[in-house]
Design a binder for this molecule. Sequence first.
Ligand code: IPE
Ligand code: IPE
Ligand code: MG
Length: 278
Amino acid sequence: MKALFEILKPGEKDWDLARMLDPGRLPRHIAIIMDGNGRWASRRNLPRVAGHKAGIEAVRATVETSARIGIEIVTLYAFSTENWKRPRSEVETLWNLLHTYIRKELPTLMENNIRMRPIGRLHQLPEQVRQDLEAAMNETSGNTGLLVNLAINYSGRAEIVDAVNAAVRAAREAGAVDEHFRLDEALIAAHLYTAGQPEPDLLIRTSGELRISNFLLWQIAYAEIYVTPTLWPDFRRTDLLEALLEYQKRDRRFGGLAGTRSGNPDSSFIEALGSPAQ
Ligand code: IPE
Ligand code: IPE
Ligand code: MG
């Protein structure tokens, strides 16, 4: 949080929002469905690709703010396996933008100790895109600060299928596949693209759509979901701070009873019993 206050000025809105955050209860991992680029452009009578281009500034702001706050992991949904259904020209523009973004941002990622890891079925991507992603991953692999998972040609179902196949393959290679062999949650989780990472605590979706669109299906089992009507190209530091404040209001129960923050459920039950009839 200290690095965030270095760039904020007392009295400005983001300063006030940041002051309200509890540094002890920040999410470790934030996942974001970056949606609404096309609508952002349409509202300005611009071609859809102008929205994708404008979205890059939102990525920059989100990555910088997350790093300054001290978030450990941010997973950004940039391209789904279903996005191939879009016109070829739109898809190609996305690859070109990615190429430019990586080339331009690499020095900033290095300066800020940020690690970039692509996740998805990368082998199906055009050669140049794969090379760009691999170069960024290799170059930043020694960094120890914020980890940015960039979900590209990503599908939550495909990830689970890939994880199951990888788990079975590993077990077979270890000679462990016999009639007693069973997959379990730990084994599948150990072969996900995000193996070893804590699951997202907070899932943000921009542009108001109330759906998951095949993102991190396994990992979001208990993520807190935050949907904002803000379109992705308009998403900035203030929006992220507002999402974090909302996250800190949630009572994460994980199927259990109310957490410490909302008090002991037993005592509130007893209080309710003792209150006059409504
Ligand atoms: C999200 O914005 C970016 C990608 C899916 C690549 P959209 O392009 O889906 O924008 P809308 O949802 O059509 O407004
Ligand atoms: C989800 O957005 C994928 C990304 C943000 C990359 P979409 O725009 O593809 O999702 P739908 O079609 O509205 O569900
Ligand atoms: Mg969309």
